[in-house]
Design a protein around this ligand. Structure first.
Ligand code: GLN
Length: 555
């Protein structure tokens, strides 16, 4: 038996990427929780970067930040949204992080002069990393990044192969996600890619127990039998992973295909029958809205919605509580100028400027924030979105014409956003210091920080309490030297660190809804608990739209 009796499910993917392995893993977690089991999830990524913090969102999608300040793969966002698991540093390992640990041990002399090799040293390190998260849960779901056949993933696959022998047969399950494409010209579903992928997996010693077959239609009994025969699994272990309209339907589809039943049968665990009413209601709400609003997201990574995964979900969650479909248009801030704001933004019900780094498109973001303030369009600024709102306010209302963030313009005469070089850090309870020359990654304010809200504010109305905790990922801060001047001009500071020295939320009075926050609320929004700031932003947008009715598209 494994320690404390945890059981392990390993999820691999075949044929091609983007089949939804992260969502499948998250949905398995949701189903097992609905049966009363406690779960945690872990992602093992084959790339060499130590973490995704330094990776370009264009290539890799969003960097998801956990409470403990880990910069992780965006799949951890799915895991937290679909389950109650609270994740951290130990829930995401990359090849880089594993090698880093092994090399550190080697330098320290831990291997006592032995030759350090992929097997057993790297594979042992991987297995130890998996065991790290297995305390206090019934089930650990481990997703292996990449696709079967990739050179990089081999050490991870070898480690999970060995894991069954270590932990015991009844404690380990292999689930493989594959593709069953429908070929229009032949008029049929093709099983060959799945056969090949499973063959590849078996050639490295892993026989999958369950196959999740991604397809656009339900698999017939005949097709399932054929796949079962060629892939050496039982027919009821061939599960249709059908395309869905909304991602929160995935657990329901899996359940109707008998997935959770099969998992508990194979792992030999007794559980209560699953309770899925919450998920059913969620999907009903999402697919039958009464109203619709149009939100402009003005950002840099506009070509790739993956870069704003949590943000998109949080907007959708915020809409749900308002019975409202949220349509978002991504606008490239490089194309926005003070003169064309009216053309580009006149039709929208709300403007959101998300987080970002660097100067590209910054003037467009400042213009959008200024336009929202002047035209009284609901505005939500997140991290960089708050910083540009402060810059726009300083320039246009407080008369500091050349105000800027020192990140973008180090020579600005009025750095209303600047690099704080010394502050008391609530997370570590220590004084922290940094300079412009400090390491980019090492000096960010990362993870959960407490914040105290001012009563009589939009923030307090939303949260309904004074003390909150939210996740950060930034280096620059509101410059307190300008606080009095900006407040005098009408900027309201409605959230600060408990000591009052870090400004966390700003608002503008005499506006329907204008709020900027230094943290990233999107990381904590869940379909079952939509984030209050997103809820209230969408509500303001809905009011702005005059409660525009949702008219379903004619079929
Ligand atoms: N670039 C800004 C900073 O580092 C904002 C970061 C963000 O939006 N996540 O402070």
């Amino acid at each position: 038996m494994s320690e404390k009796g945890a059981k392990f499910i390993f999820v691999t993917g075949g044929v091609l990427s983007s089949l939804g392995k992260g969502l499948a893993s998250a949905s398995i977690g949701a189903l097992l929780e609905s049966r009363g089991l406690t779960v945690t999830l872990q992602k093992l990524d084959p790339y060499i970067n130590v973490d995704p913090g330094t990776m370009n969102p264009f290539q890799h999608g969003e960097v998801f930040v956990t409470d403990d300040g880990a910069e992780t793969d965006l799949d951890l966002g799915h895991y937290e949204r679909f389950t109650h698991a609270r994740l951290g540093h130990d829930n995401n390992f990359t090849t880089g992080k594993i090698y880093d640990q092994v090399i550190t041990k080697e330098r320290r002399g831990d291997y006592l002069g032995g030759t350090v090799q992929v097997i057993p040293h790297i594979t042992d390190e991987i297995k130890n990393s998996i065991r790290l998260v297995s305390k206090d849960v019934d089930i650990v779901i481990v997703e292996i990044g990449g696709t079967i056949g990739d050179i990089e993933s081999l050490p991870f696959l070898e480690a999970i192969r060995q894991f069954r022998a270590d932990a015991g047969k009844e404690n380990v399950l292999y689930i493989h996600l594959t593709l069953v494409p429908y070929i229009g010209t032949a008029g049929e579903l093709k099983t060959k890619p799945t056969q090949h992928s499973v063959k590849e997996l078996r050639s490295i010693g892993i026989q999958p127990d369950i196959l999740l077959c991604r397809t656009d239609r339900y698999l017939s009994k005949e097709i399932k039998s054929k796949i079962a025969l060629f892939c050496n699994v039982s027919t009821d272990a061939v599960i249709t992973a059908k395309d869905v309209e909304c991602i929160y339907e995935v657990p329901l589809v899996f359940h109707s295909e008998g997935l959770d039943n099969k998992i508990v049968e194979l792992l030999n665990i007794w559980t209560r029958t699953p309770r899925l009413e919450e998920w059913e209601q969620l999907c009903r709400q999402l697919t039958h809205p009464e109203f619709r609003v149009n939100i402009a997201v003005v950002g840099k990574y506009v070509d790739l919605t993956e870069s704003y995964k949590s943000l998109n979900e949080a907007l959708t969650h915020g809409g749900m509580l308002n019975k409202c479909r949220v349509d978002f248009t991504f606008l490239d801030s490089e194309t926005i100028t003070p003169d064309n704001c009216a053309d580009k933004l006149a039709h929208v019900d709300g403007i959101l400027v998300p987080g970002g780094f660097g100067s590209r498109g910054i003037e467009g973001k400042i213009s959008a924030a200024g336009y929202a303030r002047e035209r009284k369009i609901p505005y939500f600024g997140i991290c960089l979105g708050m910083q540009v709102a402060v810059v726009a306010f300083a320039r246009h209302v407080a008369g500091l014409e050349n105000a800027h963030s020192s990140e973008i313009d180090p020579g600005t005469p009025d750095p209303v956003i600047y690099l704080l070089t010394e502050w008391f850090d609530d997370q570590t309870q220590t004084i922290q210091t940094r300079t412009e020359a400090s390491d980019k990654g090492g000096t960010m304010r990362l993870g959960a920080y407490p914040c105290t809200l001012a009563e009589n504010s939009l923030a307090f109305t939303a949260y309904g309490r004074k003390e909150i905790s939210e996740r950060h990922r930034h280096r620059y801060e509101f410059n307190n030297q300008y606080r009095a001047k900006l407040e005098e001009a009408g900027l309201k500071v409605s959230g600060t660190s408990p000591e009052g020295d870090l400004v966390e939320i700003v608002e503008i009075e005499d506006h329907p809804w204008f709020l900027g926050c230094q943290f990233h609320p999107e990381f904590k929004s869940r379909p079952m608990e939509p984030h209050p700031l997103f809820r209230d932003f969408i509500k303001a947008a809905l009011i702005h739209s005059g409660y525009r009715k949702f008219e379903p598209m004619p079929m």
